[in-house]
Write a protein that binds this ligand. Sequence first.
Ligand code: KG4
Ligand code: ZN
Length: 354
Amino acid sequence: MPEKSKIKNNKSIYILGIESSCDDTAAAVLKDGKVISNKVANQAIHEQYGGVVPELASRAHQQNIVPVVDLALQEAGIHLSDLSAIAFTKGPGLLGSLLVGASFAKSMSLALDIPLIGIHHMKAHVLAHFIEDDKMNLPEFPFLALTISGGHTQIVQVNNHFDFKILGETLDDAVGEAFDKSAKIMGLPYPGGPLIDQYAQNGNPKAFKFTKPKVQGLNFSFSGLKTAILYFLQKQTKANPDFIQENLADLSASIQYTIVNILMDKLKLAVAQTGINRIAIAGGVSANSGIRKALREAQKQMDWVVFIPKFEYTTDNAAMVAIVGYLKFLKGLYDDYDLIPKARLSLEKTTKND
Ligand code: KG4
Ligand code: ZN
């Protein structure tokens, strides 16, 4: 393990971030907290299977990781010897995929004798708000984070960079799954979330009414919605086989409207319960135009201070991993080589390094 204080006076801090938790292989370089390169290799192979196939994802990461890291370093215009530390996603995610990034990061850290820093994927989504590109309005602590991705739906109170408290979470499907599974029922390819968003632009959000689940407190449930959509479409297509084709825009808009309302209802409750009116969204679904619009309206009408990530930092990327790496590097929170990635990992502190 490299010895601690690696911060050299008057020298810029370069962090290489590596993300490989699901189906995107990503690498980014940050110089003193600012992104100087951010590269992602997407895996189109999963489209034909209607979802991510873990075994294929791991193999594609193996193929992509060296070229993606090379590209990120090239674009940053730096040499390996300039790097101050390597940050990588330690979980949660697909274990085989995580292992590719972890093994690569460990080898590089060992070869260069620089610190290795394991990063929680969802913390990275939340702390992406602290990437200091050109914006000066970073969220003030404490704030509420709505983490919405393919694997997560949580409302989290963020007290500082390293202190996260889960206030509520989904009891079944994640919101990204609700989008993707609804899209699959309508015959759309994976991932269907962005497609529903796209079709929704030309549809009437009130054309079809889907009931919202009744879940106590700040928890969520999305599996009932998926079933309701399935039964509704089975009934309609029996009467008219072209029903989905003819109503794709209205269906997409109505599904999106229902999901966004579920999220907004819980956020309002969280604000009322905590008295915190600073809201940040994080994760792939924060790219959704419906939730972005609803939050901007809430900002105007309800005196909320809303933080919406830049588009390139919403879906999986390595800049978000590198920013947490930078924040941990400044505190000397390095990891040992026996760190093993985990498919499931709490957002709350589980080790002294979290
Ligand atoms: O954070 P992310 O890239 O990967 C995970 O960590 O899960 O999130 C991926 C999820 C997928 O479910 C995808 O359909 C959804 O984000 N997504 C969207 C949009 N863009 C991505 N869902 C709705 N509208 C979008 N525009
Ligand atoms: Zn993600």
